[in-house]
Design a protein around this ligand. Structure first.
Ligand SMILES: Cc1ncc(COP(=O)(O)O)c(C=O)c1O
Length: 494
């Protein structure tokens, strides 16, 4: 393996830290002129070079491998040069059922009426339209009813009475916050939403756009929406799996919430959090932290939004993380695994809150379109009628064991995670920073070992944390094989 041939920049700014110094900006500008290249990848390098000319760098979050993928099936990708990669990412926690499951695709086609492909004489398929803007149809109502039934059948899903559709996770978060800000407590007079306060967990990730972006990160963001106040999250207390196993003393977190209430009282309308800090570095809190937040919301009639955009659809073990965290959110945001790759997201929750928005306030061109609804129906079919969740649970044990073995290596500082969502925090090695080691690990896994075993990973989260989140259907013996490969590759980095 010739790591030095991988032409990747040495320092890359953390995309979550929007306070970039001018030096970082300069570095980022310099990087732009170099397309990533890997030895012996003629076709992939050609694609990367052409893309660097026609797409701005903002299109992607920096990943030193920048895999050019030609085909995918199950838990594997094949690069444009024909190399096989085990997918330890599920896209970005999207293809929980694996890539291109045939039964899922057949169901999508069937729901759209494309399986028989009856056509008119002049060449049009007689099938569901792909757009039903300001109209509707059977597919949309079926998908909405099925999703509500699925959510309500789980412990903690009782408040999921209605669904507001969106086309991306950020949009679902934005719509959830709009609805929460428009909602009024009983007998409360109408008031301007400019006075409202949104609480969000510091270092959370809810997306990059609009209010979703405003609730992402911390108060260090200079363009922060003044309505957002960040609350503390117990990162130190769940820095690794051993710490997380200890009970959490919630006293200081409770005191902080009470002080906020004392200062702002009913101006606080909504609190948004994630089951775990995903994009913020894979910090999985003790359930008592999240339960405290929910209790605080209930005590003061504050809307409790749980962003399950990456944790839903079996990622942490059960169908939704709220079941095993002992929560019952007022609104829950879903995306990613909801469409298994089809761009679709929703906010589901209390009808009185979602009903606070007027006609058109939650609408847009693509939300609730038949293609998205068909994908959701097909995804629900798979989760409800196959053993994908128990398979995921069995695979989770294999990953936990394999990743715990990795922590013996000096390159690894901490391991955090649950189910099939893990974060490996890298440590500095010699004169290399932890961020450099993490990026080198991603590139080395992509290039693979001497047996041709290579792994697809994403660029590190929060600079130093490599995310491991394979599809739930990866066969356990193949997972062991690739975890062994990863161990060998990271060992060689040292
Ligand atoms: C918890 C969470 N919320 C929201 C989002 C934003 O979703 P999208 O990228 O689809 O806008 C993400 C994306 O990673 C996420 O992990």
């Amino acid at each position: 393996m010739e790591l030095q041939l991988v032409r990747v920049p040495k320092n890359v700014p953390d995309p979550l830290n929007r306070q970039r110094s001018s030096c970082e900006k300069q570095m980022s500008d310099t990087m732009h002129s170099h397309a990533i290249e890997h030895p012996g990848e003629n076709l992939s390098n050609d694609i990367r070079r052409r893309l660097a000319d026609v797409e701005p760098r903002a299109q992607r979050t920096f990943t030193p491998s920048l895999a050019a993928i030609a085909r995918s099936a199950g838990c594997y990708h094949w690069t444009c040069d024909g190399r096989k990669l085990a997918d330890f990412t599920s896209g970005v926690l999207v293809a929980n059922l694996g890539h291109n499951p045939v039964a899922w695709w057949r169901a999508v086609w069937r729901y759209l009426g494309l399986d028989q492909l009856p056509a008119t004489a002049d060449g049009f398929a007689v099938a569901s339209p792909l757009t039903t803007y300001n109209a509707t149809g059977e597919i949309e109502v079926q998908a909405t009813e099925r999703l509500i039934a699925n959510l309500r059948s789980q412990s903690g899903g009782a408040r999921c009475e209605q669904v507001l559709w969106a086309a991306s996770g950020s949009e679902a978060v934005q719509k959830a916050l709009w609805a929460a800000l428009a909602w009024r407590r009983k007998d409360e007079p109408p008031q301007s939403t400019a006075d409202s306060i949104i609480l969000a967990t510091r270092f959370g990730f809810h997306g990059k756009k609009g209010l979703a972006g405003a609730t992402t990160g911390s108060e260090k963001d200079p363009e922060r929406d003044a309505r957002v106040r960040f609350i503390s999250f117990p990162r130190e207390e769940c820095i690794d799996t051993a710490h997380r196993a200890q009970p959490l003393d919630t006293t200081c977190y409770e005191a902080e919430l009470n002080e906020l209430w004392r200062q702002h009282a009913s101006r606080i309308r909504v609190l948004i959090t994630e089951p775990y800090l995903g994009g913020g570095g894979s910090f999985h809190p003790q359930p008592e932290y999240l339960q405290l937040l929910q209790r605080f919301c209930r005590a003061h009639d504050i809307v409790f939004i749980l962003d399950e955009i990456q944790s839903g659809f079996g990622r942490t073990g059960p169908m939704y993380a709220f079941t095993h965290y002992g929560l019952e959110p007022d609104l829950v945001c879903l995306g990613k695994g909801l469409g298994n790759g089809m761009p679709v997201a929703v906010v589901a929750g209390r009808a009185d809150i979602l009903g606070s928005l007027e006609f058109g306030e939650g609408s847009d061109t693509y939300s609730g379109n038949p293609l998205a609804a068909a994908a959701v129906l097909a995804t629900l079919d798979e989760f409800e009628s196959t053993d994908v969740l128990p398979r995921g649970a069995a695979l989770a044990a294999v990953f936990q064991e394999g990743l715990e073995r990795l922590t013996e290596l000096p390159a690894i500082a901490h391991l955090r995670g649950e189910g099939l969502v893990w974060g490996i925090e890298f440590a500095p090695l010699g004169n290399r920073s932890a961020a450099e080691v993490a990026r080198a690990a991603v590139a080395a896994c992509y290039l693979g070992d001497d047996h041709g075993r290579a792994i697809h990973l994403l660029g590190p989260l929060a600079g130093t944390v490599v995310r491991i989140a394979p599809p739930l259907i990866m066969p356990p013996d193949e997972a062991r094989e690739y975890l062994d490969a990863m161990h060998d590759i990271v060992t060689r980095l040292t």
